[in-house]
Design a protein. Structure first.
Length: 538
């Protein structure tokens, strides 16, 4: 896709995004309203309500409210069809389905336990997820660290990397100022969502730094040292409302955009922002900014309902396209990048200068993200954080006026993984090579999968502190819920990447109509993981 065409495309979106005021009401459409016949050529894995899995390597047909085609069945008693056979499956019996790459391409290795063809009985919680797809938890790989005998959730990896062409590096803080320990560190990586995760790299980084300081990652995956945490002197949103009390300290009471600003998106592209003022000492060339931030579920609704559910069964072909068509995937990513994340600007005299873009960080946990901002020799610094309304919650914003040379006090080393155990309790050192570097080797996980990775820390002097980071790279593919095939909550809308006005309008309607229910149920409906057999490692 040429840069000229992409520039024109985004210009069109910005210019004409406000030329509509449609009135839509959400309602359910009976199964009889679906198209009578449709050919799906996408290789697919279909999960039935009784736990059976049917693999259609060459796709299937949808006719008379049934999925028909030649495939192979896998059953709960560990039996499977020796030969391909004809299947005719009522749509109402479909729990979930997903695009399934039949074999690895280009010699790549896939490290799931048995290549993702497992027939795990659906738990009551999983069934609830399938019946209530908006409420079902979804995220990238989730990371836990065992401390004092309990697993503490720490991070989610490479959020919103939904295609191999959108595969991205990520750097996340796991533990800051860790107590010295001689015990192996148990890192648990899980798949608690209806997704397939493709993990290209996962490395543990140990950072040694002076006591009474803290280290945080930048959006460019660098590290900054902080020993001061000053809140801004002023903080106002795009309506001029004082929000300083909401972001001056980390207390789980953060700033998020009010609903009336979300409604502005019906008129076209609109950004909320936080305007901050900071007085800085004379002759300081730059300051360090630290954000404690996480996404709301707005982007989740965008992907679940606006992009996928609105397409019904055609979403399978869309997922295949974004996984196999680099031009389309890059275009989708460019458009998404334009309207996601946080743009950091600094006012230089009378002009706002864009300094950095922080990508979406995910909705599951707050993430600390740091940045260096030039002062332009100004004693009072004005900073603007710009974002789509209600896409983020800001729980803390802080500044450090330290020297740029502080980072020379950091000592960074990559820790080698000593061993890996899978969810069956089997030691799997063979999987270590899949995570050791960025290449064409992937660890692939399915819903309910869990792996335990063990590391030995390098104990340093008692005069120094240790912080741990996880460096990762990968992507994931979302599974379709059976309900998306039989109940259409967007009867007058079907996702089209080139229909920017329609995307914004449907996003507003879906978000404002769903966010209360989503926020009440989403985090409670994680797919239970299988780890009863994982042993202690010494």
């Amino acid at each position: 896709m040429s840069r000229k065409f992409l520039s024109l495309l985004i210009t069109f979106m910005l210019a004409f995004g406000g030329c509509y005021f449609p009135s839509k009401k959400t309602k359910l459409v009976n199964i009889e309203t679906l198209e009578k016949e449709k050919e799906i050529t996408t290789p697919s894995k279909v999960y039935l309500n009784d736990g059976t899995i049917v693999l259609f390597q060459k796709g299937f047909r949808v006719e008379n409210n049934q999925i028909t085609g030649i495939g192979r069945g896998y059953y709960l008693n560990n039996q499977f069809d020796q030969e391909m056979k004809n299947f005719s499956i009522p749509l109402e019996n479909v729990a979930t389905l997903t695009y399934h790459k039949v074999k690895a391409e280009g010699g790549s290795a896939l490290g799931s336990v048995i290549m993702g063809i497992t027939a795990v009985p659906l738990t009551a919680l999983a069934v609830y997820c399938l019946i209530n797809p908006k409420a079902c938890f979804g995220s990238c790989p989730t990371i836990y660290v065992k401390e004092n005998g309990q697993y503490q959730f720490c991070s989610e990896l490479f959020s919103y990397s939904i295609s191999p062409y959108m595969e991205a590096d990520d750097l996340d803080l796991l533990i800051g100022n860790l107590d010295q320990t001689k015990e192996p560190l148990d890192i648990r990586i899980t798949n608690e969502a209806l997704e397939t995760h493709f993990i290209n790299e996962m490395r543990l980084i140990q950072v040694t730094h002076p006591k009474n300081t803290a280290v945080y990652p930048t959006s460019g995956n660098q590290l900054l040292l902080f020993d001061e945490f000053h809140p801004p002197e002023e903080a106002k949103n795009s309506r001029g409302v004082d929000v300083l009390s909401q972001i001056a300290k980390s207390d789980q009471v953060g700033y998020r955009s009010p609903d009336d600003l979300v409604l502005e998106l019906k008129k076209g592209a609109y950004f909320d922002f936080l305007d901050l003022k900071v007085k800085v000492p004379a002759s300081i060339p730059s300051v360090k900014l630290l954000l404690k931030v996480r996404n709301t579920l707005l982007s989740t609704i965008l992907f679940y309902e606006v992009v996928l559910a609105s397409q019904g069964i055609d979403a399978l072909s869309w997922i295949e396209k974004i996984n196999t068509d680099p031009a389309y995937a890059n275009l989708f990513q460019s458009v998404y990048h334009t309207f996601s994340g946080i743009t950091i600007k600094v006012k230089k005299v009378n002009e706002w200068v864009a300094i950095e873009k922080i990508n979406d960080v995910g909705p599951i946990a707050y993430k600390y993200v740091a940045a260096i901002l030039p002062t332009y020799n100004q004693e009072e610094l004005q900073i603007r954080l710009e974002f789509i309304p209600d896409n983020f919650i800001f729980d803390g914003i802080f500044f450090d006026y330290g020297n740029e040379e502080d980072e020379k006090n950091l000592f960074t080393e990559v820790l080698d993984c000593e061993t890996i155990f899978d969810c069956e309790g089997q030691e799997r050192k063979d999987l270590m090579k899949l995570l050791s570097e960025k290449d064409d080797l992937y660890l692939v996980t399915e819903p309910s999968d869990v792996y335990h990775l063990f590391y030995q820390l390098r104990n340093e002097s008692e005069d120094e502190a240790i912080s741990l980071f996880v460096r990762s790279r990968g992507y994931y593919t979302e599974w379709l819920r059976g309900k998306w095939l039989t109940e259409k909550s967007t009867p007058n809308y079907k996702f089209d990447l080139y229909d920017f006005a329609g995307i914004f309008n449907q996003l507003v309607d879906s978000w404002l109509g769903s966010k209360k229910m989503m926020e009440e149920a989403f985090y409670k409906t994680r797919i239970p993981i299988r780890e009863e057999k994982c042993p202690e490692y010494r």
